[in-house]
Ligand binder design. Sequence first.
Ligand code: ZN
Length: 335
Amino acid sequence: MSLSIFAARSKSKNRIIKSAIELQENYFGTGINIPYVLIKGAQKGCKGVILSAIHGDELNGIQIIHKLTEVIDPENFAGELLMLPIANVPGFNLHSRYLPDRRDLNRLFPGQENGSEGSRLAWCIWQYFIQDADFGIDLHSASYNRWNYPHVRGNMRKEKVRKMAAAFGTNIVIHSKGVKGSLRREAAMRGIPFILFEAGQTNRFESDIVEISVNGILGVLNQMKMIPDSEKFEKIPQPSTTFYGKSEWIRADNGGLFVPRRFPGDPVQPDDILGDIHSIHGDITGNIKSKTEGRIIGFNLHPQVVPGRALYNIAYDSESINEPFKRVEDKKDKN
Ligand SMILES: [Zn+2]
């Protein structure tokens, strides 16, 4: 029997369902409730799923889902949209990226019914929310003490994934299949196109990030023919998207205090100085240099650094993932 929420709620007449599903047991032997919102459009269409806080301290996605619930009009919507504001409730309760057993939930999909505690949670999320979806979006922020420029990641060699990424409208997209057990990789391998959106930092609601994300997701829903073109939607400026084939962290060579000169979103050239390392007395004792041409997509926020600390994440190689894809808006213009 399918556990899918799409199937369980298929006969419901409610257009917006705000509920929770009891999945596992906590230390008191009572249930852990995973909250969800299901929007059932008045017209027929495809089924989408959006997840947030798979890493329990990455909170921007929660507010993104709240905003989407507010702005989507089910009467003017085709298909069904299932949203999980907090996928990793045990991690969220601890203000932690990880599960209580220190495992990363985003390495455990599609999960096992009788596996480890994290694997069981991944299995439940897969069975209830993912298996019947036609596409998905996974919302993340940079990990602790880092900040990410808004960008989309996914397997850009899959056409449907690439189209979703372009419709999101971020000006940086990175080809990255994801590691084994990550939701985007395991879903895409099973024929469910999935993108991951990265933006901002942990433990915060960042209003500008939320706004960019909501616009991007509405772009994807429009591309999926779930929301119609509207005057409001057409006015959203869509920057041109550059697809990058790779990304790499530049690390500190010496210990000290990190002072950035360049910031996420900036284009960089080989040998550009991106930041400095200062001694405790304020002298510059090291430079952080770009190795390649590309764009800064994320950086370290904490001044105290030691050798090996990841300081700048650079997206590069826009050639190997060359761009045969025509943007959705271009096609619309021609038709
Ligand atoms: Zn994350």
